[in-house]
Design a protein around this ligand. Structure first.
Ligand SMILES: [Zn+2]
Length: 94
């Protein structure tokens, strides 16, 4: 009796570990994509609202926001992915 319960639990665990691994792989892909997007946006600083005619953030003296909008969006995505990663890690450990 107890053996059958244990066996089912083991199967369940294996399934859980497998789905966790798959989620983790998906997450890794998402994070890789995220980093490549961040790299791409770093080269396209917009300098929105810059009034001093600077060519880059370091030259700017008027305090304009040189962070591309995409970076804010990607940061939000990082938060979501980090939470997903935590859920997976916790799910695997419990
Ligand atoms: Zn400026």
């Amino acid at each position: 009796m107890s053996y059958r319960i244990e066996a089912a639990t083991k199967e369940e665990w294996a399934e859980r570990a497998l789905s966790g691994e798959k989620k983790l792989a998906d997450l890794k892909d998402s994070i890789k994509e995220l980093f490549s997007l961040l790299d791409a946006t770093e080269e396209t600083d917009e300098g929105q609202g810059c009034e001093c005619g600077a060519y880059g953030e370091h030259e700017c003296g008027c305090g304009a926001d040189w962070t591309p909008r995409e970076v804010y969006e990607l940061r939000d995505e990082v938060t979501v992915l980090r939470k997903a990663l935590n859920d997976i890690i916790n799910g695997v450990q419990h």
